[in-house]
Write a protein that binds this ligand. Sequence first.
Ligand SMILES: [Zn+2]
Length: 305
Amino acid sequence: MYTDIKTILDDAVKNHYAVLAGGAFNLETIRGLLGAAHDEQAPVIILTGQNMIKRHAHTEIIVPMVKELAEETNVPVALVLDHGRDWNMITQTFRAGYSSIMIDASAYEMKENIERTRKVVDLCHVQGGAVEGELGHVGQAASLDGCDASMYTRPEEVMEFLAATHVDSLAIACGTAHGKYPQGFVPTLNFDLIRTVRSMTGVPLALHGTSGAGDENIRKAVEAGINKVNVATDIFCCCRDKTKQMLEEDPDYDYIQLCIDVEKECRKICRRFIRLTGSSGKAANFHKTFDFDRSQNRGLLDEGE
Ligand SMILES: [Zn+2]
């Protein structure tokens, strides 16, 4: 069932769990992610970033594909433009049918962050879309700037930001970073910061840059009040490594079989993350809201473990 992040994440806040927001940009990764959500009967969020869209995952192809696949399962599915920064890209993806937009104006001062975020909220809310904003700045793992506490979300700014923007979900910076950490590095998260923000508001909280953060950190972050766990790098590396392994075993590997096997591997790692977020079985919470008679189930999503 195709829906938006507000519908999904409000239930996560109410029932104290988190939802996997997985990076996915082609048939294999999107179907792998949705297949995992179907297997686990968990709500799920698909993230596509600006660069993915520009380079490969064109909206006119991605939106109908996601909607078609979402209608084949009874789990709620939302499609998000992740880290939308350009106004043109934001309006284009929203018009193309994205249900949700994440506006990242976190590199700006608070005032400009609010203005830019509010503009996107004004665009999306009147047409039934949902918006995530970012307060504080989640940096890049390669430069280890996720450890820079000066970029963390300041709790004293949270209520002003929420009141001024009306975002449906809030990305906070509390110790994680985007991309791949150096070998052996495990980030230290500020769980007290998560708990403090959680105690202030009922707005869903998003943790970005969760790849490589470790299972224990994810569990604790969810326990502290995180409702959306963004994972992209780990999913992409998993698919790449599977491809590499298969080609090393057999350089003449059948390409169609290779795509099928990559999708299976993607499905497996996404199931693992879904279990860590605590969202398994939570699709049942939405059954009252949605009309599942539209579900066509043509067996596409029936090939789990
Ligand atoms: Zn992010």
